[in-house]
Design a protein around this ligand. Structure first.
Ligand code: GLA
Length: 732
């Protein structure tokens, strides 16, 4: 039993393998948070609560003369705005009479095995053996608003998920102005670092780590999607936590729209963390009987540092977020023509790239942007999902048949959520995009955003994508999204409900993805948004891999993939070898280095294979073979960050250990050549101390203890950006 309830004390306790979470229905029925941290069994933690008469901290009406009970400093399980807790709130709503008061007290609870779906939203899932759930219902006795706090415990993965459902059980309309999914108070503690993952187009998920301070620190997106700029994954950790030591709390939002993750230190040095849909631009009307479901936050706890935290997230996402055939099936090594040809291609050109690639072990050709409508640059065509037979003479099926005849699968690019003004779709349905009727909308990449909240828009997209899938043997879809939202207005909703559009857009997107992915289980979906602009656990529910960045420079990728690895598995990171000089940075790096970096992800190529020399093709063949050999180790093994690319100037190293512990792959990239260099002995992780490991293809044998404590000795390297890949095999 991972979830316990004690009737007399009204204490709820949730245990995972290494953590404990406790809360209590306290005085006057308020649900107070007691503890979340390292495992504590057989102990009520109510003694931690401290009641004081503090100045300027109000007391709820029922407390009357008791001036020591205040929501302003007591740890809340789910805080509300307007009733004396001045910290960042979880819930803010406006009642029928215009007031903001909401007073939530315990009503009932339910504990059950397994986990129910969140209506219309992606969320983690598991069997009755893997997960246990708790629903605590709070209610406002005056307005009859009910709030369900939903918890699910994945014991083995040190994971507790949270979400919230608000129901209007009253007789009048209410307006939700803020519904956060997770609110967590750390009593008497503010010695955390906040780790966040910021970025921009072509440089996503850069790691930033700062001590928290009094007041609030937030990461957020109001761009309509999770964004390149901030990622909906954050960590609170001990200030001395590192890869192997220290307490860490991870929070991953299973949502692809606007979000906010706020950490606040209050007047008496306590910390509150709140995560959910951003309240800016949000306002949701609930008629009597209606409910609102807030997306899920997946919390992972580790007391053994950031490495263990990440490895739990990797398994959690692979096993309990990703779905379908490609959760486990080996995904094809692909070649994408984008950087190889951009818009300038024909069927013959693509076929010849596929033919050359097939000889090297590459398994799928992905035809990127430009195959539809009139699309020779990015000013026209989006929305017209009809094959351009001037480019693809003989049609799509002829090309796909030819590609298939080389033993290659065929994949295709779509950007379904967008429309160009210069398109038949826009000419026919100018009102289908998000736009206020009274003014011209903002363009970005010269395109508008379709109103995904509307059924007819989704039906059109569903029908066009389905028709294309039927036209030929298509086994992969790259689902792109190349601008952020502005002028967020839907003509299908009345004026007072426009605050619902951001969220309804995301729900519409999920609805379409759900239909397409379940009806086409043989098709592998790869998410994309100008690279990694929508890299979140919500999208991973529909597409097990996401194009990590439009930046394919392996040296920049070291940091991008490093940052991404904190919250997302290696198997989710689309990663390709591209041509030199690199198209984004102009940097020249060896083909070997490009291969080593790209194969730490879902591997592929993004270049014109016809332009590669015979020698290069031979090397590519070896890379593909290497990737296939170590596929399981890389994608399903344990991943270890051996260096921090922000502090280690000279080289970056990371390691994979296969699930059975028999294969180890260590990767080094020298980022700064140096004459007369210091020695590099890099300490490996995750090995068996007393077992011996042989360096593949050599007679070198080392014990696990030696490799982990004394380190692997990297021989002196020479030249710009060289890379070394060492495979170790369990020897005895
Ligand atoms: C985005 C994607 C690229 C490519 C282009 C095509 O930028 O991230 O990989 O598909 O769109 O326009």
């Amino acid at each position: 039993m991972a979830i316990l309830y004690h009737e007399q004390t009204k204490i709820f306790t949730m245990h995972t393998k290494n953590s404990t979470y406790q809360m209590q229905v306290g005085a006057y029925g308020y649900l107070l948070h007691l503890y979340y941290g390292s495992k504590i069994e057989g102990q009520e933690l109510t003694y931690l609560l401290q009641y004081n008469d503090r100045g300027f901290s109000s007391n709820p009406a029922e407390a009357y003369k008791d001036r020591t009970f205040s929501l302003d400093f007591l740890p809340q399980e789910y805080s509300v705005f307007g009733m004396g807790d001045y910290r960042e709130s979880g819930l803010q709503l406006q009642n029928t009479d215009g007031s903001f008061d909401v007073q939530l007290t315990y009503k009932s609870h339910e504990i059950y095995q397994g986990k129910r779906r969140l209506e219309g939203l992606p969320a983690s899932y598991g069997t009755e053996k893997e997960v246990e759930s708790l629903v605590i219902t709070l209610q406002d006795e005056v307005t009859k608003v009910e709030v369900d706090l939903l918890y699910s415990v994945f014991e083995e993965l040190d994971t507790i998920t949270r979400s919230v459902q608000v129901r209007n059980k009253g007789i009048g309309t209410i307006t939700l102005e803020k519904v956060m999914s997770c609110c967590l108070d750390f009593m008497n503690r503010c010695d955390f670092d906040y780790m966040t993952f910021y970025g921009k187009h072509t440089l996503e998920r850069q790691v930033e780590r700062t001590p928290i301070r009094h007041g609030k620190m937030s990461v957020e997106s109001v761009r309509g999607c999770s964004s390149h700029q901030q990622n909906p994954f954050v960590i609170l950790c001990d200030q001395d936590a590192n890869e192997m030591h220290g307490e860490c709390y991870g929070f991953s939002f299973v949502y692809s729209g606007n979000f906010k993750a706020t950490v606040e230190v209050d007047q008496i040095h306590q910390t509150r963390f709140v995560m959910g849909i951003h309240d800016t631009g949000f306002c949701f009307t609930l008629e009597p009987g209606e409910a609102f479901v807030a997306p899920e936050v997946m919390m992972v706890y580790s007391e053994q540092g950031l490495g263990a935290l990440s490895r739990n997230y990797h398994t959690l996402i692979q096993e309990h977020i990703c779905r379908g055939k490609f959760k486990k099936a080996r995904r094809p090594v692909l070649i994408n023509n984008w950087e190889g040809t951009y818009f300038d291609f024909t069927a013959e050109k693509l076929a010849s790239i596929a033919k050359d690639a097939s000889k090297l072990g590459i398994e799928m050709l992905v035809m990127d942007d430009g195959w539809f409508g009139v699309r020779n640059d990015d000013y026209s065509g989006l929305g017209d999902w009809f094959v351009n037979t001037n480019k693809l003479q003989g049609g799509l099926s002829k090309l796909v048949e030819e590609v298939n005849s080389y033993g290659m699968k065929f994949g295709i690019w779509f950007e379904p959520e967008m429309v160009n003004e210069d398109s038949d779709l826009y000419r026919t349905h100018p009102d289908w995009c998000l736009k206020t009727p009274t003014r011209e909308g903002n363009r970005s990449r010269f395109q508008y955003v379709l109103d995904m909240s509307r059924e007819e828009v989704r039906t059109y997209l569903y029908e066009r994508i389905t028709a294309i899938l039927k036209e030929a043997n298509i086994e992969y879809i790259k689902w792109d999204m190349n601008r952020h939202l502005t002028n967020v207005y839907s003509i299908s909703l009345p004026a007072n409900r426009q605050g619902e559009v951001y969220h309804r857009y995301v729900l519409g997107l999920y609805d379409l993805l759900e239909r397409l992915t379940t009806e086409n289980p043989h098709v592998l979906f790869e998410g994309c948004s100008g690279g990694g602009g929508r890299f979140d656990a919500g999208m991973l529910y529909y597409s097990p891999q996401i194009w990590t960045s439009d930046n394919t420079d392996p040296i920049d990728r070291l940091r991008i993939q490093y940052g991404t690895s904190f919250g997302y598995p290696i198997s989710s990171m689309g990663s390709h070898v591209s041509a030199i000089p690199n198209h984004q940075t102009g940097r020249v790096t060896p083909l070997h280095t490009r291969g080593v970096v790209a194969m730490s992800g879902t591997f592929g190529y993004e270049l014109d294979m016809n332009k590669m020399t015979e020698e290069e093709k031979e090397e590519i063949k070896e890379q593909v073979a290497m990737y296939k050999k170590y596929y399981n180790t890389i994608n399903y093994g344990a991943y270890y960050r051996l260096t921090n690319p922000y502090s280690s100037e000279r080289f970056v190293a990371w390691e994979f250990v296969s699930e059975d512990g028999k294969n180890v792959l260590v990767n080094f990239v020298l980022t700064k050549p140096e004459h007369n260099p210091p020695i590099i002995n890099i300490k490996l992780q995750g090995l068996e101390r007393n077992k011996r490991y042989r360096v593949a293809g050599t007679e070198e044998v080392y014990t696990g203890a030696a490799l982990m404590n004394a380190g692997y000795h990297l021989k002196e390297q020479f030249g710009d950006y060289t890379a070394v890949q060492i495979a170790l095999e369990l020897y005895e």
